[in-house]
Design a protein around this ligand. Sequence first.
Ligand code: B12
Ligand code: SF4
Length: 509
Amino acid sequence: MRLLLVYPGNPNIAEKHRGKTRRFPAIGLPVIAALSPQDWDIKIVDEEQGEDVPYDEGWDLVGISSMTSQAARAYDIAAEFRQRGIPVVHGGSHPSVCPEEAAEHGDAVVVGEAEIAWPQLLDDWNSGKGTLKKIYQGTAPDDGWYVEPRRDLVKTSAMMNVVPMVATRGCPYTCSFCSVFSVFGRGYRHRPIEEVAQEIERLVDQGHKYFVFLDDNIIGNPKWSREFFKRIAPLKIQWGGQSTLGVAKDPETIELARKSGCFSLFIGIESVNQLALRGVRKQFNKPTHYRDQVKVFHDNGIVIISGLIFGFDEDDAFVFERTVEVVDALRIGIANFSLMAPLPGTDFFKQMKAEGRLLTTDWSRYDGGQVVFKPKLLTPEQLQEGADWASREFYRTSRIFNRLLENWQHPLYFMALSTAYKVGHYFHPSGDVARIHPVEKQRLLADFGLRAEVPDWLANMLGYVEPSTIQSIGKLWTATKSKLPVLGQKQPNGASTNGTSAQHVFPAF
Ligand code: B12
Ligand code: SF4
């Protein structure tokens, strides 16, 4: 039997730019591979890593995994295989929240976790001679749910050779914009500490040192986390993960995290406005506590990557500046600004739909970088431009250096990530269009006395430079220009100019 497992690319990323970004390899499909008979010929293909889907290599069964932003591409790929008579099974977070839709584009759908459902599907496949039910409802087993992913099937060129790990599943909270608890259930389920530790030990023996825990909160249950951190501390690994600011109430656990190798945590801060947080049931984040909480992480040398969302119903035209100023003042190393995407299946989606505020259900646009619903106190354009502005402003060179002190324990990591964010925000996902706002572009160009018809690459280049530097150069240029002799004009001494003039260098003057 030949099984092909596919991660579709995001259709917003132009073909020519696919595979140029690097990230740690995804883990869902290696789990599906591990749940399949080991004598099968199995291949995993990840379009976002630049791999092409091999449509014509004689596959018996195809599995496709998708988040909402990948769903449209997943359906296109499925159509190609189904045209060739090859059955397709959909799984992952989007099919789990939109099973009927996914079922229209496949022969079967696995909803939620696959550890029990996928073997059942394969049983049907084997016994029923290829007959599958349309929907397999995954269940969330309490324990013994873990199978070690087939990492041997994953391309190893991923950035920095970081190994993705899973030690827990689920989340007890119910933030109205999030899909996690609908896919993985409420509450935390932990793997036995010894099982995780032994898996890490084996990977360390294979030469791995850097790990990322994909768990939604690796410090969600401090009792379990403390024991876990103590157990893995001797392994001398370096790891990043996800957590909440609230865990800072227990500095001892954060210290144990550091001692076990934690150097960076992604934390969903989401907003600096308590009302916005309350509106999406994330009121356990308390902006008035942020300063003290952030300090606990900084004291332990942990670089915070904060998730911040724009587009809450309480967000007005001032939210962008306010957010940048607060997060920068807290000296949070990295801010990942995204636009609210009402993900299908969530209460936020239901609210937007009921209020007639969805602008599109083209799922490919639900990638957190585009406005897909009507904001309440802003226009869609203001929201998009404001978020783009915040990303550029936060990563101004001077601001990055201001934050270096609090993130000094990992200077290379901090600087590399800051630079990646700084550069990345000047490009649209299409890779071609500058994200720089037209008005700002004109202002930058005007500083040089240029009209706006210059190509985007030049605007981009100017975008990398500090606005204050550009203004100084612009002023200097304007002052110098007024003193330059103009070509062809008689000089006071009667001589005619023959050097390069401003008109020759910048014909748009
Ligand atoms: C890691 C991660 C990422 C990585 C993904 C790449 C990578 N290398 O892993 C990165 C950082 C790139 C990412 C980006 C985004 N992410 Co993300 N991410 C996650 C996270 C934290 C873990 C995913 C994971 O690996 N889980 C562990 C594995 C084992 O689980 P799994 O993949 O779901 O697989 C299981 C089942 O789903 C099923 N399954 C999965 N695939 C298949 C396929 C078949 C055939 C079958 C049968 C079964 C099956 O079986 C597996 C075992 O049970 C999840 C949260 C979570 N807890 O899952 C969010 C999550 C998947 N992300 C989400 C979102 C919204 C995003 C962004 C839009 C965020 C943003 N605003 O920028 C972007 C999208 C980027 C894009 N390209 O468009 C949402 C998706 C919701 C949705 N409706 O699709 C989630 C659920 C988080 C949330 N808060 O709701 N993300
Ligand atoms: S946003 Fe974070 S805390 Fe809230 S439900 Fe999702 S995973 Fe849990």
